[in-house]
Design a protein around this ligand. Structure first.
Ligand code: SAH
Length: 276
């Protein structure tokens, strides 16, 4: 009897929504730097936490790939600092960005450092967090939808699939110029039966594909290039490793784009939903 009562109560609690309002949000803290991911660009893909911090912060320090709508969500008194690449010019040096974050926090401001995608995936979030830690400044890291996940979802590519791929590898095509040219051994990734997602790879596709082929990747392995994922101007091209360079040139595809390599890439031809 008792057992039955417990059971029915349990079922009832599953069926009844008991959290109708969102959990109570903590207020933003002054003198703190929030390393916030803005996601791939579409405003609906910004997390609730990122949105709340952007709305409340005293200072917003942002990159060129951060969600453009976010700049309109701040308070009128919020100071905005653009530290991304300017047309034809180099980005603000990393050290200068870090100095700015430290300075603003020491002035007692609540600072949102807004980055495209996730701050800890090819976003220098680790370097900035380390600098803040060394300077004794409080910080939080706010995760977000990284470009690989967004590009795959918005192009209709399941990154893992029971029949085709049970591993996912995120790689940077464009490495730190200070590092040795062959720091990534592309040939190692040629025969792993994993889905490869290449960030910042558009200018190095010739080298990367030749290395993958030399490492034994099948020339007919499907590849999808998703440019401007989640933006209205998103474009996807599905091809093969051996044809990739020619197709990219023919269609004029360029950064920001995600290169997804592996059998799952061909699903974009049947599961596309955003570009139709
Ligand atoms: N921290 C970011 C990555 C920054 S590196 C993240 O987690 O997504 C910049 C690279 O990300 C670009 O060169 C491109 O390869 C990829 N990228 C960022 N936004 C993108 C978008 N909307 N569509 C396709 N690729 C994107």
């Amino acid at each position: 009897m008792i057992h039955r009562r417990f059971k029915s109560k349990h079922i009832f609690s599953l069926l009844t929504p008991h959290h109708t309002s969102p959990p109570e949000a903590e207020p933003i803290r002054s003198g703190t730097v929030y390393l916030v991911g803005a996601g791939p660009g579409h405003p609906d893909l910004v997390t609730r936490k990122a949105y709340r911090l952007i709305e409340q912060c005293d200072a917003l320090v942002y990159d060129h790939l951060a969600c453009p709508d976010a700049l309109h969500w701040t308070r009128p008194t919020c100071a905005q600092y653009y530290v991304g690449k300017r047309a034809g010019a180099h980005s603000v040096p990393q050290e200068e960005i870090e100095n700015l974050l430290v300075k603003l926090a020491r002035e007692g401001k609540s600072v949102v450092r807004l980055k495209g995608g996730d701050p800890f995936i090819f976003g220098r979030g680790g370097e900035e967090a380390m600098r803040l830690r060394e300077a004794g400044i409080a910080y939080e890291v706010v995760p977000a939808v990284t470009a690989a996940l967004a590009a795959a979802a918005y192009a209709g590519i399941p990154l893992t699939h029971r029949s085709h791929s049970s591993a996912l590898i995120l790689l940077s095509g464009h490495e730190d110029p200070a590092k040795l040219e062959r720091a990534i051994e592309w040939r190692v990734y040629a025969k792993l039966n994993a889905t490869l997602c290449l960030y910042m790879a558009m200018t190095r596709l010739e080298y990367i594909t030749s290395e993958l082929l030399a490492g034994g990747m099948l020339p007919e392995t499907p590849v999808a290039v998703v440019q401007n994922a989640s933006y209205p101007e998103q474009r996807t091209c599905v091809t093969t490793v051996v044809k990739l360079v020619a197709e990219v040139k023919e269609h004029g595809l360029c950064a920001p784009a995600m290169v997804i390599i592996g059998p799952v890439a061909s699903y974009a031809e049947s599961l596309a939903w955003f570009e139709i």
